[in-house]
Design a binder for this molecule. Structure first.
Ligand SMILES: [Zn+2]
Length: 191
């Protein structure tokens, strides 16, 4: 499968374009100041449920792709305020090793079908059944090799222990749980 099969013309959604419609100017100031070190991760409850359902189907490592938008005051590398997940695409087969990441070959087709210039692959998710939610050395390498953009997310879920952890960027920086929104607190996800 080709991991470089991304559309070349992807772009961030300008935060200012969301101001009048969805968030007030005061919310904007709060949002920018609160996301200086790490952007907000916004995931609708129904997509979270869909991911957990998929990962709960088998007691083996499963995974897929996260599709979403990047809301930024600048571009896809700087000024990122929020990463808004809009869809999750499950892979029929999933194998992650120190040298490769294997997902079913049609997963990029599925991802591309729902992608636009502002909605695209923003990361990946996978399960650690009864191992706990953490990023292994292999996971960090996968993140660095394939999901190394400033907005690239890595979500790991242990569906048995009910644990989850999020990581961001090429260096797999852990995203603190207070940066995860699944209830549209800022209204950014309402389109
Ligand atoms: Zn892992």
């Amino acid at each position: 499968m080709k991991w470089n099969n991304l559309k070349p013309d992807i772009a961030a959604i300008d935060l200012n374009s969301r101001i009048s419609k969805h968030i007030s100017a005061i919310d904007k100031i709060n949002l920018i100041s609160s996301t200086q070190n790490c952007p907000l991760i916004i995931i609708p409850q129904h997509i979270k449920k869909k991911i957990i359902l998929h990962l709960s189907t088998k007691k083996v490592e499963l995974g897929g792709l996260l599709i979403g938008s990047v809301i930024s005051t600048n571009d896809l590398t700087q000024g990122i305020v929020a990463i808004e997940i809009k869809e999750a695409v499950a892979s029929n087969n999933f194998e992650s090793s120190a040298v490769s990441l294997t997902m079913s070959s049609d997963i990029w087709q599925d991802a591309n079908k729902i992608s636009t210039d502002t909605t695209f692959v923003v990361g990946w998710y996978h399960s650690h059944p009864d191992l706990g939610a953490f990023f292994s050395g292999t996971d960090r390498k996968t993140q660095k090799d394939f999901f190394h953009s400033a907005y690239s997310l890595g979500l790991v879920i242990d569906p048995i222990r009910h644990e989850e952890k999020w990581f961001l960027g090429a260096n797999s920086n852990e995203v603190k749980s207070n940066k995860i929104r699944s209830n549209f607190k800022y209204g950014l996800a309402v389109v």
